[in-house]
Design a protein around this ligand. Sequence first.
Ligand SMILES: NC(=O)c1ccc[n+]([C@@H]2O[C@H](COP(=O)([O-])OP(=O)(O)OC[C@H]3O[C@@H](n4cnc5c(N)ncnc54)[C@H](OP(=O)(O)O)[C@@H]3O)[C@@H](O)[C@H]2O)c1
Length: 379
Amino acid sequence: MNPPLPATTRQLRSLITSDGVLRLSLEEAPLPVPAVDEVLIRVEATPINPSDIGNLFGPADFGTLRHAGSDGRAVLEATIPAPAMRSVAGRVGQSLAMGNEGAGTVVAAGSSPAAQALLGRKVAALAGGMYAQFRCIKAADSLPLPDGAAAADGASCFVNPLTALGMVETMRREGHRALVHTAAASNLGQMLNRLCLADGVGLVNIVRKPEQAALLRAQGARHVCDSSTADFAAELAEACAATGATIGFDAVGGGALASQILTAMETALARHATEYSRYGTSVHKQVYLYGALDTGVTEVRRNFGFAWGIGGWLLFTFLQRIGPEAAAALKARVARELRTTFASRYSRVITLAQMLEPEVVKAYAARATGEKFLVDPSR
Ligand SMILES: NC(=O)c1ccc[n+]([C@@H]2O[C@H](COP(=O)([O-])OP(=O)(O)OC[C@H]3O[C@@H](n4cnc5c(N)ncnc54)[C@H](OP(=O)(O)O)[C@@H]3O)[C@@H](O)[C@H]2O)c1
């Protein structure tokens, strides 16, 4: 028999005050009662992704992390440097629920047949507010997990899988045949590598350490370029020539990497040019900045002709652009390949309270290869 439901639920919230203090706290709220078409999920697995870290901490200085709770309340504070306050002006004074995605068991449901059909099932959701013991959402917004799948299997089944699929889909829709990806040993990068191998899509993986290159090669990656080596530029051009990659997705954002990718693509294309043009080749080269692992300035050194673009890429905008039918087809593929192509690996499972311990924060906020944390709010 299932244990009775509590009267309240605990959720992690993030607040930035006007005097530059970031405050993370665990707050009690009444347990929501599902409306006719809603389900109540007991959240059992929710990942800490780089985008969550950005939402949780904003531009806070991690060197100032400190406990600030009294009466046993878990509260964590940090200071936001004054010049960075402008970038978060839109959220000052608002206590925001955190956690983009996650999975768990449906423990209560509204009276509609669709909601009732989910009672007792394991489902995943991209609903926001998932760093909570319970989360109430529309039944139609949940993704039932395949039979036998654990909550941990479905915890990360939206953000990274749909982004990997979205990159390949964007590549096809914009008329390219192979792609370049940076920070490629990331959880998402390993997924993209499996996807491209399965679908026969050319992929150039850029990493910044030899061990990351070895990790990807061991997973079958054919083209891996290490930006820490002296011959990086030449190897990148070679890989672009071998694959025909003319579109790139850059998670780093800051520094010269996007520019170096465009240069490598143009170098590869120029090999086949039949005549010289001072305007460069006429083939369009595109790099999308889709992450901000380096928040520094993006440096563009224009030595790749005039047929190029640098833009932003966001999963939610992409899903809106392709429409609900195409988005549903991508989600269906994720569900089918949940434990293969789109599997995520976690280095540690922690509780909601541990998310607020300074030493634990420093570990998960490092965003290091193979160090993704999973939160189990039901523990
Ligand atoms: N735009 C969108 O819609 C969207 C959607 C999903 C994900 N994303 C982005 O995708 C990226 C990967 O996400 P994930 O969950 O797969 O990450 P993850 O598993 O936490 O891995 C992060 C990776 O980034 C590398 N890295 C960290 N800082 C770096 C830097 N300054 N320069 C170069 N590499 C760096 C790490 O390598 P080291 O071990 O060397 O530190 C690690 O391999 C993130 O930037 C995330 O924000 C964007």
